[in-house]
Design a protein around this ligand. Structure first.
Ligand code: ZN
Length: 245
């Protein structure tokens, strides 16, 4: 029997139980604090060494790399390991789906990852821990060790385009899936939110799991308002057991 493909779009809400606040949503921390937003805005970051120094210090202070996956991340892995094909499309940069055990090739990170740094000129890339270790050693704006250019986190900053390859793969998943779950996302940031419409247009069963109403609730087959950490594990087990998956 062919098992249907499940696509899961995750937003900040899936990681709040892991202690990670919503930074970049419409009501996120960045948007509410213009000074903080500069730290993650490409033009400010590239144009001002002081902004870069503060941005690196913020990363060092926040300690996001220490966050652990929670029950919702683990439930997605459990579904995948049960033999159901699962693909995760995420707006999060925390890497917690992979840390929970999702194979990296099945996770599409629309906004990149905070767990790595990239060079802004050459293909150099590496673990964020290595960049933070250079801060600990006294550097305040560590340049690329290969070419000397500016380093930045491997996240998509405000003012940067999403990676078209990642976006293309995510759109292909949205078109191909039979079940599309939108979990912990306000579904107000495009193009991520638009994937919901793509999935629905291609006949997927749409399930929205979010504390607050979303613009897509009206076309959803099911809307779940209960906390993600408690509702998602049961929901996914229910899908697997019912034969719907
Ligand atoms: Zn470089």
């Amino acid at each position: 029997m062919n098992r249907p493909l499940v696509a899961l779009l995750s937003g900040a809400g899936i990681s709040t139980d892991s202690g990670i606040p919503d930074y970049r949503g419409p009501d996120g921390l960045w948007r509410r604090d213009p000074e903080a937003e500069k730290l993650v805005t490409y033009a400010s970051y590239m144009g001002d060494p002081e902004i870069r120094r503060r941005s690196w210090q913020m990363r060092r202070r926040v300690g996001a790399l220490a966050a652990e996956p929670n029950a919702a991340h683990r439930a997605v892995v459990e579904l995948e390991r049960s033999g159901t094909p699962v693909r995760v499309i995420t707006q999060n940069v925390d890497g917690l789906h992979q840390l929970a055990g999702m194979p990296a090739r099945k996770v599409f990170e629309l906004h990149g990852t905070a767990r790595e740094f990239v060079c802004t000129r050459c293909p150099a890339r590496g673990p964020m821990q290595d960049a933070l270790a250079r801060l600990d050693a006294g550097e305040d704006d560590p340049p690329c060790l290969e070419c000397g250019a500016i380093l930045k986190p491997a996240t998509v900053m405000f003012g940067e385009h999403l990676d078209p390859v990642v976006l293309g793969r995510a759109a292909a998943v949205a078109k191909a899936c039979q079940i599309f779950l939108a979990v912990g996302s306000s579904l107000q940031v495009h193009p991520a939110a638009g994937l919901v419409g793509v999935a629905a247009d291609h006949g997927a069963r749409l399930i929205v799991v979010n504390a607050e109403p979303t613009p897509y609730d009206g076309i959803a087959d099911e809307v779940v308002r209960e906390p993600i950490g408690t509702s998602l594990p049961g929901l996914l087990r229910g899908l697997a057991a019912s034969g719907t998956v």
